[in-house]
Design a protein around this ligand. Sequence first.
Ligand code: G6P
Length: 366
Amino acid sequence: GAIELGPYQHFMQKEIFEQPRAIGDTLNGVTGIMPELFGDNAFNVFKQIDSVLILACGTSYYAGLTAKYWIESVAKIPVNVEIASEYRYRDSVSNPNTLVVTISQSGETADTLAALKHARELGMQHTLTICNVATSAMVRECALAYITRAGVEVGVASTKAFTTQLAALFLLTLALAQTKGLLSEEQEAAHLKAMRHLPVALQSVLALEPHIVAWAEAFARKENALFLGRGIHYPIALEGALKLKEITYIHAEAYAAGELKHGPLALVTEEMPVVTVAPNDALIEKLKSNMQEVRARGGQLYVFADADSHIKSSEGVHVIRLPENYGLLSPILHVVPLQLLAYHTALARGTDVDKPRNLAKSVTVE
Ligand code: G6P
């Protein structure tokens, strides 16, 4: 039947708040890590492959970038992530022992389907998709699949599809690691426990909404914004900037914070809000010195920290603290406040949140 808005003002808001349910459903029935979660023949395929090639567009591409950090760190398999529209037309070097992974909410994106076909024509037959639509062309075309259970996503700006893709990609990471003998039973149990706790952890992140509304008032008056992250949160900074530009039309760019000094620092003035994704991880001290570089030029920092990252509010430094440090799964939590920031900034600017100008939900022509 028709999808109802219920108590929400927009589908995007509804879909942001649905994420605990969407992740719960996506992981429902996963009682242990096993290649068969991806299809009957997955064990044999995972045994043979020595590299991963991820193909996707838009937000799904950023899910792929996040997965590169996970797979290389946990499963020790080299990963390339390619924008589908580039890969399909570029001369590349093919390796038949590659697992080709497409990521697509709709399963109908023309460039991603064409990139998959191109990879196959180059001799890569091991294909797997992470997809939200079980009946889509993508699922029919790929040998292996994991269907995310986000449910129908109406808002053009993807939210729950992204976080469920990340959940599925983390499962893939663990299944690959297990096949390579790199996942102990203790590690498996610990990861599963953390994954099962995601819906609860997401609820407490969603509860930060009132604080984010206050920030959105300031953002609504800006025409430019910079997003910074490092390591596994760099793709999350990219996704945060994409959300903001898609629905508020504010020019937003994301940088790996270590690259600040190679260009974007020239843009930083008092007028430039700098959103920083800053959970406690191995790079937090490096990130703090990047933040100093911004402050020294008068830039306003808007920091999403977590329980452990010990960053205090001060003049020009605004901090919202996520309740928990979530280790490897932290990107799934940290993208949520960025979605809310884009949403509330768009509300304040009065743009058409669910149907931003010039954009389509699913791009089925080139
Ligand atoms: C469009 C949508 C994005 C989406 C992208 C890829 O640009 O507006 O939200 O990320 O297509 O779509 P897919 O269905 O392949 O994930």
